[in-house]
Design a protein around this ligand. Structure first.
Ligand SMILES: [Zn+2]
Length: 82
C-alpha cells in the first residue's frame, strides 16, 4: 500500500478520500490517496462519506506516526456493515 499525492497520481479519486501523508513517489508531505486501500474499501460497497467519517484514508501516512492496522479496519467494516 502506497501513498500518492495529487501531483503524482494519474488516477484522481474523490477529494474526500485524501489525507495528509508522505507521497511515496516524490516524497512531499501533503494530501495523498492510498489507491490500494480505497480499492479494498470499494469491494465492500461503502460510500466515500462512510470512508471519510469512519475509516483511515491512508494505511500508513508515513509521517513517523503509527500505521493503521488492517485488523482494526476489518473490525470497523464488520461492525458497520451488518
Ligand atoms: Zn507525489
Amino acid at each position: 500500500m502506497t501513498n500518492v499525492c495529487q501531483n503524482c497520481s494519474d488516477n484522481n479519486e474523490s477529494n474526500l478520500l485524501l489525507d495528509t501523508g508522505t507521497c511515496s513517489k516524490c516524497g512531499n508531505k501533503g494530501d495523498c490517496w492510498d489507491h490500494d486501500l480505497i480499492a479494498f474499501y470499494r469491494q465492500f460497497g461503502v460510500s466515500d462519506d462512510f470512508i471519510w467519517s469512519k475509516l483511515p484514508r491512508l494505511l500508513d501516512p508515513n509521517l513517523d506516526g503509527k500505521r493503521n492496522s488492517m485488523l482494526k479496519i476489518g473490525q470497523v467494516l464488520s461492525s458497520e456493515l451488518k
